[in-house]
Design a binder for this molecule. Structure first.
Ligand code: 13P
Length: 248
């Protein structure tokens, strides 16, 4: 069953890296045997990776965040059209670090999602529950609310141009990845929520403490279509190993 899955692996560098890391990626990252590799560096390094003579042949680049308006007096923000013009092809929206540390609401995230689609970027919509929410049995309700706000704003037709990433907040940067069974359960639920609108396939990635040791068993789950990777994606050798584990 897994032979027919082709993974999508997205590296989220967060606020890490520099020009040297871009060069190391260019020298070291290997083209996957199958599947796709996308990299979201800090946006200042987007163009460096986008024009790199080697990486541009097999890596898509994108951003970790984007603003929900097309232009105007929004000091410090970057529009989706600017990302597109600089060679980016996707945008992560609604990462839990933005929801919690920058107070981004579901409706604000829905605007960013819509702006990305309008600019021809593929949005990667992140959803996931906190530890308190999981312990209170609210995982499914939280994820459903995060999804439906965006689907209702953008319309299911546009939603189909996106990728969803399930990132339980308690698993991010903690070394405690969700168990394959727990992750699979939530991925199934995400599919069911989307299927209420219609049944077109949307890739669902898992994110949260993914590394070369746990990626194999997560990949065995039927509804996990790839990974959104933070810390382990900062080393191109580690990323090669992760990709190797699931594309052999
Ligand atoms: P870690 O892989 O460092 O847990 O981060 C996951 C993440 O937030 C990716 O967006």
């Amino acid at each position: 069953m897994n032979q027919i899955k082709t993974p999508l692996i997205v590296a989220n560098w967060k606020m890490n890296g520099n020009q040297l890391l871009c060069r190391q990626f260019s020298e070291t990252l290997e083209c996957p045997a199958n599947g796709e590799v996308w990299i979201a560096p800090p946006s200042l390094y987007l163009e460096t990776l986008a024009v790199d003579k080697k990486l541009r042949n097999f890596v898509r680049v994108g951003v970790q965040n984007v603003y929900g308006k097309s232009s105007g007096a929004y000091t410090g923000e970057v529009a989706a059209t600017m990302v597109r013009e600089s060679g980016g092809t996707f945008a992560i929206v609604g990462h839990s670090e933005r929801r919690t540390q920058f107070n981004e609401s579901d409706s604000f995230i829905a605007q960013k999602f819509y702006a990305s689609i309008e600019a021809d970027l593929i949005p990667i919509l992140c959803v996931g529950e906190s530890l308190e929410e999981r312990e209170a049995g609210l995982t499914y309700a939280v994820v459903e609310q995060q999804l439906t706000e965006v689907i209702d704003t953008s319309g299911i037709k546009y939603f189909h141009k996106s990728v969803v990433a399930y990132e339980p907040v308690w698993a991010i940067g903690t070394g405690k990845a969700a168990s394959p069974v727990n992750a699979e359960e939530v991925h199934v639920h995400i599919r069911q929520v989307i299927a209420k609108y219609d049944d077109q396939f949307i890739p669902i990635l898992y994110g949260g403490s993914v590394n070369e040791n746990n990626v194999g068993e997560l990949w065995e789950q039927h509804n996990i279509d790839g990974f959104l990777i933070g810390g382990a994606s900062l080393n191109p050798h580690t990323l090669n190993s992760i990709i190797g584990e699931i594309t052999r």
